[in-house]
Design a protein around this ligand. Structure first.
Ligand code: ADP
Length: 313
């Protein structure tokens, strides 16, 4: 229902977004990954109406938004620096957009308490912003951006300033919240773990263009290029001068009749499996996830599943 068509955005001579097309379904979250400077924020700002568009269209249910003012688009935004008003309480912050929209006090109150319940902060109306933890402030910011009932929510590195454990918790909490709110979302991050945690689909942007989009399983299994593969956290990208290929971390098993001789150089336990780094006879280091422990220094033979080796461009 949100459809971005051949969008071009320029800053003077710099083309920040170069003919990008992307669709987001009504209740879908697309995680948008990409290196710094590839145009992610520019894209979001243009969808919100904060950046003029040189060419292309932003359609919401078939209606082109590009000539509409930001507050007439049904698009909400949430940033890394949530910019809550520090001298107003939680309720006043959440109500801000509703007040702007001319909603009366009774309905503002009702909506605010609904939203506080949604973000698991019921009863926080009168709390001072300064007394909130980082995670609570971020949830208030989310409630504020959802208050006017946007059809589309744009999240620009929303957890960028939070520590890892809080981030992990919010990555878990966010998708069900967005589903209940019934909002289409684009969630920008440069962290692949966060993208895979929140995205129904993952889109990868490089140099103002869409490099790949698909389900988390599909894009991880079949990255479109070496650059994209690195961005997903793949480590075993082999370039022999003529060809580049990815050996996925799930490709290897220890097998006495395997084709590859290797020595274990590092073992790390993670989430019930072992992340094992090997050095092969030719000196290449490869990392695989194995279900069994192996000892550092052990010489083994590995069998590599050909279906889990992906040619790359
Ligand atoms: P990202 O969000 O992926 O880090 P941005 O959208 O912020 O990337 O930036 C994309 C490109 O546009 C970069 O080359 C950046 O330098 C440029 N850019 C962003 N904002 C402006 C601006 N206000 N004026 C000029 N160039 C800008």
């Amino acid at each position: 229902m949100l459809e971005i068509q051949d969008l071009v955005i320029r800053y003077g001579d710099v083309e920040a977004v170069s003919g990008l097309s992307l669709r987001v379904a009504a209740d879908e979250t697309v995680a948008l990954l990409g290196p710094s400077g590839c145009g992610k924020s520019t894209l979001l700002r243009a969808i919100a109406g904060l950046e003029p568009v040189a060419a292309g269209a932003v359609l919401l249910d078939g209606v082109n938004l590009v000539d509409r003012a930001p507050h007439e688009r049904g698009v909400g935004m949430m940033f890394q620096h949530h910019a809550l008003f520090p001298h107003r309480d939680v309720a006043a912050n959440i109500e801000f957009g509703l007040r702007m929209a001319g909603i009366d006090e009774v309905n503002r109150r009702r909506r605010t308490s609904e939203l506080l319940e949604l973000v698991d902060l019921a009863g926080y109306e009168r709390r001072d912003i300064a007394t909130l933890s980082g995670g609570e402030a971020q949830r208030v910011a989310l409630a504020r951006s959802l208050a006017p009932n946007p059809r589309v929510l744009l999240l620009d590195e929303p957890f960028g300033s939070l520590d890892r454990s809080l981030r992990d918790r919010l990555v878990e909490e966010l998708p069900p919240l967005l589903r209940i709110a019934g909002v289409a979302a684009i969630h920008v991050t440069h962290d692949h773990a966060e993208a895979f945690g929140v995205g129904d689909r993952i889109a990868v942007m490089t140099d103002g263009e869409l490099a790949q989009a698909g389900t988390p399983e599909d894009v991880w299994s079949q990255p479109a290029s070496a650059a994209v593969a690195r961005f997903f956290g793949h480590r075993n990208i082999i370039d022999d001068g003529e060809n580049t290929r990815l050996i996925r971390s799930d490709a290897a098993s220890i097998d006495p009749s395997g084709e590859l001789e290797a020595v274990v150089v590092r073992v790390r336990f993670c989430d019930g499996a072992f992340v094992v780094r090997f050095r092969t006879g030719s000196g290449t280091e490869l990392e695989f996830i194995l279900g069994e422990r192996v000892d550092v220094g052990a010489a083994v033979r590995l069998r590599l599943d050909p279906d889990r080796q992906i040619p790359l461009t």
